[in-house]
Ligand binder design. Structure first.
Ligand code: GLP
Length: 245
């Protein structure tokens, strides 16, 4: 694909860093206003933290209603010892938001029958009617979820080997703990099928990869570039991350 391929939809919202959580929360609120039991695909990582804090603040103030929202996990470690994205998401959002196991579609994390468990995850999401709003962070190498460079647009939910760069980046979340060699990720095909996608990008260290994502060739070398082919994509970036656009 050439860099000249037309952009399907990305709508870029650039905000000062202090307004990042509110700008992203406005889009989540829009989805929840249209459908109280909307299915939200939620990422872990540093990027969405201001969003989760703002959503929890709004819920506590009665400005947002999370009481029926359903959550689908984006990715997970495979066969991990003490590190877990599910645990991270529970600590940073789900518990305070009151989202219990009945409203959580967890990503499988055990190696036994993992291929069947990945198929089951996709079937469960389909039974929920698919994802209304898929939120995503952006890896420094252009990964979304754990779809590392080389992942194709038709990839399914599956086990992946994590790049050294991604494992090093993930060490930041779990100081001193071992990061597994493999992860499980929602496939790009399923991500791209979400009714709306919201890519969250914060910080100067993401400026170069955001530029490649939005302006470079659409290719598996930068999996996030495939987002430009999806129908309804929003990018919320702070000014530092948008610095090269
Ligand atoms: C991690 C996770 C992704 C996350 C991304 C960016 O490896 N697998 O789900 O979105 O990298 O993380 P951060 O927001 O901390 O930069």
């Amino acid at each position: 694909m050439s860099a000249a391929e037309p952009l399907a939809s990305p709508r870029l919202v650039v905000v000062p860093a202090a307004g990042f959580g509110a700008a992203a929360a406005d889009l989540v609120a829009q989805t929840l206003a249209a459908r109280g039991d909307a299915v939200l695909g939620l990422p872990t990582g540093n990027t969405p933290i201001p969003l989760y804090q703002e959503l929890l603040r709004r819920a506590a103030a009665g400005e947002a209603n999370l009481s029926r929202a359903r959550v689908a996990m984006l990715d997970e470690y495979l066969d991990a010892g003490t590190v877990s994205f599910r645990g991270w998401l529970e600590d940073h959002f789900l518990r305070a938001a009151g989202v219990g196991p009945e409203r959580l579609l967890a990503m499988p994390s055990r190696p036994e029958n993992i291929a069947a468990a990945c198929v089951h995850y996709e079937e469960q999401l389909a039974a929920w009617g698919g994802c209304d709003l898929q939120l995503l962070g952006l890896g420094h190498n252009g990964h979304i979820g754990f779809n590392e460079p080389g992942s194709e647009a038709d990839s399914r939910t599956r086990v992946v080997r994590l790049s050294e760069q991604t494992r090093r980046a993930n060490e930041e979340y779990w100081p001193g703990r071992e990061i597994p060699a493999r992860g499980v990720t929602t496939g790009l095909a399923l991500l791209l099928a979400a009714r709306r996608i919201l890519l969250l990008v914060r910080g100067e260290d993401k400026a170069a990869i955001l530029e490649r994502t939005l302006r470079g060739p659409i290719s598996s070398a930068v999996p996030a570039s495939f987002l430009r082919r999806a129908a309804d994509v929003w990018v919320v970036a702070d000014e530092a991350a948008a610095g090269r656009l």
